[in-house]
Design a protein around this ligand. Structure first.
Ligand code: NAI
Ligand code: MG
Length: 363
């Protein structure tokens, strides 16, 4: 119902996570108020390398109990390689959330904005506007396999890919649902059924089976090699793109790279069943090279907050309107300035964040 209160963990983490989080919170809270969405933030200092320095671990032992009844996690960035190795900080926090909260969809919007120079020649805003849906729990990323005859001439290594019907169907269904709700209703299924001749034809057959429930959605299966080329050459072809874990990992970095700075790219790690909290975070990390100067671009953090409001209300309540209003305010700021240094300007994190907030309030 409209009056439900959503409780969200706000975890800034490390480095510029701490600088962009206040701007993300301010804009998200403002949009929530304007559209009558009741969001309460629970501020959490762990899942950070500062916490590690004090406690010798990234999180308290009861982290799961503390988080699992919340509706979402709004996350900055984790990592401070000068003091904590990256595999320790990442596996001790973010990757635990993704796995133990079964966040099986990784969603990344890819959009070219007016005012942001992209690396592709002759592209207009509107030419690049699609969503990458990556399977986030199985596929090529498994611990099934092993090494034999290690260190000898006979050395062999095997790592299996694992696709379950459960895991595949649920991410495909999510992608079809998403495509069906968008004006163009197009779904591109990434495959490699010519080369990976057992699992990928099976993946395609599951796409066909699930697609029977979505006759309005126009489906296009593309091999991952040519699909990657088309992200660069014909990005206007794409609307929603669904891919296995590895293919999706690559596509979800390639796509945002075609639209300019990493300071813009948001992401959602979703448990669409809502048995566990979903996590919303910028694609970028803690950027130790610019931390402390107050010049990080806050847009990826702010846009991630917009994705969160949309997801929390299931696209039925006011969350979609709040999302769209935030994205419009971002569009306006990108076209008119102020600009942070990664966008070619000299504005601070706070100046850009406040400009977006003001636009949101005015509009
Ligand atoms: P990074 O994304 O932190 O930085 C890469 C480059 O992009 C840097 O030059 C940085 O200054 C710039 N950049 C990133 N975000 C920006 C923003 N909002 N505005 C302006 N410029 C921005 O990636 P890097 O350097 O590989 O990793 C640094 C740390 O972050 C490591 O500890 C790494 O493990 C962690 N990391 C964490 C992630 C997460 O929390 N999801 C994701 C990626 C990296
Ligand atoms: Mg990646």
């Amino acid at each position: 119902s409209q009056n439900r209160r959503y409780r969200v963990a706000a975890i800034a983490g490390d480095g510029i996570g701490k600088e962009v989080m206040p701007q993300g919170l301010a804009v998200t809270q403002l949009a929530a108020q304007r559209f009558g969405i009741d969001v309460e933030f629970v501020h959490i200092g762990w899942a950070s390398c500062d916490y590690y320095a004090e406690h010798g671990k990234m999180m308290p032992d009861d982290w799961k109990a503390q988080l699992q009844d919340l509706d979402a996690i709004y996350f900055g960035a984790v990592g401070w390689p000068a003091t904590v190795p990256d595999h320790v900080s990442l596996w001790g926090s973010l990757l635990k959330f993704r796995r133990e909260f079964d966040q099986y969809v990784n969603l990344r919007p890819v959009r070219l904005f007016e005012g942001v120079p992209g690396p592709l020649a002759n592209r207009q805003p509107g030419d690049i506007d699609y969503l990458v849906v990556r399977e986030n729990t199985e596929g090529e990323y498994t611990s099934v396999g092993g090494l034999m005859f290690e260190g000898t001439e006979r050395e062999i290594v095997i790592q299996e890919s694992v696709y379950s019907r459960h895991g595949t169907d649920r991410v495909l269904r999510y992608a079809y649902e998403l495509a069906q709700k968008r004006p163009r209703q197009k779904l591109t299924v990434a495959t490699k059924s010519n080369g990976i001749a057992i699992s990928m034809p099976w993946w395609d057959s599951r796409a066909d089976a699930i697609g029977k429930d979505y006759p309005q959605v126009q489906v296009d299966k593309q091999h991952i090699d040519i699909l990657s080329a088309r992200f660069v050459l014909q990005p206007q072809r794409f609307d929603v793109v669904v891919a296995s874990n590895l293919f999706g990992d690559i596509l979800s970095d390639l796509g945002p790279a075609t639209t300019g700075t990493i300071g813009l790219a948001p992401s959602a790690n979703l448990n669409p069943d809502r048995r566990f909290p979903s996590l919303f975070e910028p694609v970028h990390g803690s950027a130790p090279d610019i931390y402390g100067q107050g010049i990080a671009n806050p847009i990826a953090m702010i846009w991630s907050g917009a994705l969160m409001l949309d997801f929390l209300t299931e696209g039925q309540g006011q969350g979609r309107a709040a999302h769209d209003a935030i994205v419009q305010a971002i569009e306006h700021a990108l076209a008119q300035g102020p600009r942070t240094p990664d966008l070619g300007g000299s504005a601070s994190t706070a100046e850009l964040g406040q400009a977006i907030a003001q636009r949101l309030q005015a509009g």
